[in-house]
Every structure is written in structure tokens, then in C-alpha cells.
Design a protein around this ligand. Structure first.
Ligand code: BEZ
Length: 257
């Protein structure tokens, strides 16, 4: 079961995704004129920032709805499956924010990024890392299991450890310049129900539409003590994995020298 993206709902409930992605843009340090692939560009909010910095940016995303929203911003964006990137040494950098955790087959994704980069090109990204939204995920699992539904095949998320993702990058011969896992409690713009409707569609769709309000109410109740403060403000338990890696160029060294 796949996650469906509704750009209007995304704009309401997920504007923070791009705002909190600005440190990843800083780590990328984009230079005017660089060719950059934004992998999992969503509605293009950060792609637009890269373009405004003078980069030649192509956004790719698996969601036709999100790509259409990115195009409305005047961006070059295409529907492309991340595990099947069709590019060959066409980019100085591949950038990705809050998207890799939605992509199954991480080795195929990393191999496609490698092919897409020129020698010396950078792969700079942030995604959910090990332990990300652990409370939210546990509540989803408990609520579905309580209804006799196995949540595992519905779970679209991949939250790797530092060690695991570093090993994957190095197996592809990337040189890992930096990689770190860190908690980033994330203030939500509204109720946790809005977050769940925006991002946990594959779990909610396991129930008929008529039963979803009760499921959302149960999830809300379960998460209230940990994620909602006394004034009613919700904070999600995000953990980020952030890294920068380089596709090693052809060695200029003298054999034996
Ligand atoms: C994240 O950005 O970490 C994330 C967002 C929605 C669902 C899962 C993870």
C-alpha cells in the first residue's frame, strides 16, 4: 500500500519540512551554476531555494501530484522512481531532504545517485534516522494490532543507523565526509491528527474510511501524554540522519609514486 500525497494538505501540515531543511542546504553549499538533482523534491519548496541561489536544479519525485505542485512554482521537475534514476554523470551534486526514508531499496537509490554524479560530485542529504518517530510508529503498530491487522507490510519507512547507511555508501565507493544521527523534536503546526493524515496514509488506509476517525482519536489519545504539552502544542519525536559524501574522482596520483 503506498502513501498518497495531497499537495494542499501537505502545504497545510508540512511546511516545516522545507523550513527545517535549510541546514542541509547549508551543508550542500550550492554554488551558482552548479547542476543539482533534488531527489524526492516533493512540492519543490527547497528546489526553489536552490534555483534562487543560481543553481540549475532538476527535482524528481515519485508522486505525480507533488511534481505537478513543483511545476506550478516554475521548476523543472519530473516523476522518477528513486530506485531507478536514469541519469549518467549529469550532476555536480545530489541533494535530498526528508525523502530517503520513503524509498525502499536503498542500495539501488545510492547506486543511481552514484551514476548521476560527475566524479568528485557530492551527495548531501538528511532523512529520518534510527529511532525516528518511535512513539508515533509504536502507537500505529499497537492500534492496528489491536484490530487484528499486521502493520508491518503497511510500514513505508526506512530509518537507518549511522553504521548501516555509512556501510551502504562506502560499498558504493562514496567517501563519507560526515554522517551523524541526532534527535530533532519537531514542533507541529497543528494537531497530531493532521500529521497522521498527511504522512501515515498507508496505515490509515488499512481501515474503511468510516472507521478512521475512531482510529485517529485512539492514536491521538495514546500520543497525548508524550507528544502534547499542557497548552495543547504537539511536538513529533523526529530523529535525523544527516550526511555528506563524495564520489571519488579519478586519482591524479602517479602509480607507485
Ligand atoms: C520524517 O521526515 O522523518 C518523516 C516524516 C513523515 C513520516 C515519516 C518520517
Amino acid at each position: 500500500m503506498t502513501q498518497l500525497w495531497d499537495p494542499a494538505r501537505y502545504a497545510r501540515n508540512a511546511r516545516f519540512v522545507a523550513e527545517l531543511g535549510l541546514p542541509v542546504v547549508e551543508l550542500l553549499a550550492p554554488q551558482p551554476g552548479e547542476r543539482i538533482l533534488d531527489l524526492g523534491c516533493g512540492d519543490g519548496a527547497l528546489t526553489e531555494k536552490l534555483a534562487a541561489l543560481g543553481c540549475q536544479v532538476l527535482g524528481v519525485d515519485a508522486s505525480p501530484e507533488q511534481v505537478a505542485a513543483a511545476r506550478v512554482r516554475g521548476l523543472d521537475a519530473r516523476v522518477v522512481a528513486a530506485a531507478d534514476l536514469p541519469f549518467h554523470e549529469g550532476f555536480d551534486a545530489v541533494f535530498s531532504n526528508a525523502a530517503l526514508h520513503w524509498m525502499p531499496r536503498p542500495d539501488a537509490v545510492i547506486a543511481g545517485v552514484w551514476r548521476a554524479l560527475v566524479p568528485g560530485g557530492r551527495f548531501v542529504a538528511e532523512c529520518g534516522g534510527h529511532g525516528n518517530i518511535a512513539r508515533i510508529r509504536a502507537a500505529l503498530y499497537a492500534a492496528l494490532e489491536g484490530r487484528g491487522i499486521d502493520p508491518r507490510p503497511l510500514d513505508p519507512w526506512y530509518f537507518p543507523t549511522v553504521e548501516e547507511y555509512r556501510a551502504r555508501l562506502e560499498r558504493q565507493a562514496f567517501r563519507v565526509e560526515s554522517i551523524a544521527l541526532f534527535p530533532r523534536p519537531t514542533s507541529l503546526p497543528g494537531d497530531i491528527a493532521g500529521w497522521l493524515e498527511t504522512f501515515a496514509g498507508s496505515f490509515l488506509a488499512a481501515l474503511p474510511a468510516s472507521e478512521r476517525p475512531a482510529l485517529l482519536a485512539e492514536l491521538r489519545q495514546a500520543l497525548l501524554p508524550d507528544l502534547c504539552d499542557k497548552s495543547g502544542h504537539w511536538t513529533a519525536d523526529y530523529v535525523r540522519l544527516r550526511f555528506a559524501a563524495t564520489k571519488a574522482g579519478i586519482s591524479g596520483g602517479i602509480p607507485g609514486g
